[in-house]
Design a protein around this ligand. Sequence first.
Ligand SMILES: [Ca+2]
Ligand SMILES: [Ca+2]
Length: 445
Amino acid sequence: IVISYLFVYLMLLMPYSPSKILSFHSAVIGTGLNVKLMLYTRKNLTCAQAVNSTALGNLNVTKKTAFIVHGFRPTGSPPVWIGDLVEGLLFVEDMNVVVVDWNRGATTVIYNHAASKTKKVAVVLKEFIDQMLAKGASLDNIYMIGVSLGAHISGFVGEMYDGQLGRITGLDPAGPLFTGKPPQDRLDPSDAQFVDVIHSDIDALGYREPLGNIDFYPNGGLDQPGCPKTIFGGLQYFKCDHQRSVYLYLSSLRENCTITAYPCDSYQDYRNGKCVSCLTPQKESCPLLGYYADHWEDYLKDKDPPMTKAFFDTAEEKPFCMYHYFVDILTWNKNIRRGDITIKLRDKAGSTTESKINHEPATFQKYHQVSLLARFNQDLDKVAAISLMFSTGSIVGPKYKLRILRMKLRSLAHPERPQLCRYDLVLTENVETVFQPILCPKLQM
Ligand SMILES: [Ca+2]
Ligand SMILES: [Ca+2]
């Protein structure tokens, strides 16, 4: 297993420019630990300033300071997303952003060596933060964003301050060599005042179990839509799921759609629509993924233990958000029917969006209302037409009919929007039925 992970890590994040590949010799023996700290502020957005514990440069200790700590890098080039992350953070808030480049330490074919250096990187960071504190900075204002191995490094720094750091965000924290380790040897919720984690590749490079106050599992956390499913996808096959955590976080800084997550015990329960109310009337929404996840800090830390798992689905590409609706269906077939529902919406302008509810067959029983969770890539405000299709998955045999007494469509994100209804429909299997919805009567159960 270790060998296969070595291979995967070797492939991971290979540079796009061959000239940057280190010589085989230095790659194999590994180079010494050399941690570089590069400071960006709104004054120097594009040109980094090298800082260290004796020279803080432009760093303004009265402002928030975000540290970006990357993961294992078998070659010398910086990760492709670093620039976007720096820019995004400075776009949303006037702060100090310090990129922690421990490339040299991470530049070794041996993942185990890189992993063993994580605690040393943490010590260097502590020296720097100690100097910031001496100059008047507050631990409350320290925010560490750690990617892969970098998430555990952030945890080690936090532990050295007894969890008094303001916040740690772990982006797909590394699994190999860390899974099953005690809290002091990995990221855990006690490492900072608030710890939020995105798990996007729990079946390979990431860490399966929860590690923070809130743990987000996009699309269940195993595999991400739009990523190659086979090795024929090349390098993307190895790193795409893992890196998606970074891109999802980035979308919270840039995109105008916010990703809402639903606290739930399991992905299956989420898909079955069991976890859509966040049960906190004082909150305006369910938890948000990414930069603004800390809006939920007080609520999440009040729980015992202070850990929450949250699930959501994403689209294949930017901006990743999906819009959740409930499709309530009341049927009157004599016999129980099981099958998938595909629903399409069309607005007055002609835009369409589709959702297949096919993760497991829905069960339709006479006079029982079934509430299906539908997820659309677009949020159509004024729905002019709806199409429904019912399928049992069988190609031969009789075409079943689904007799619908009432269907109702309601937005989860916008419960104040009028609900759309339709009565007395008969769906023939695998045949799309298009109709105009009407507003549901008020006070309807
Ligand atoms: Ca820890
Ligand atoms: Ca995966």
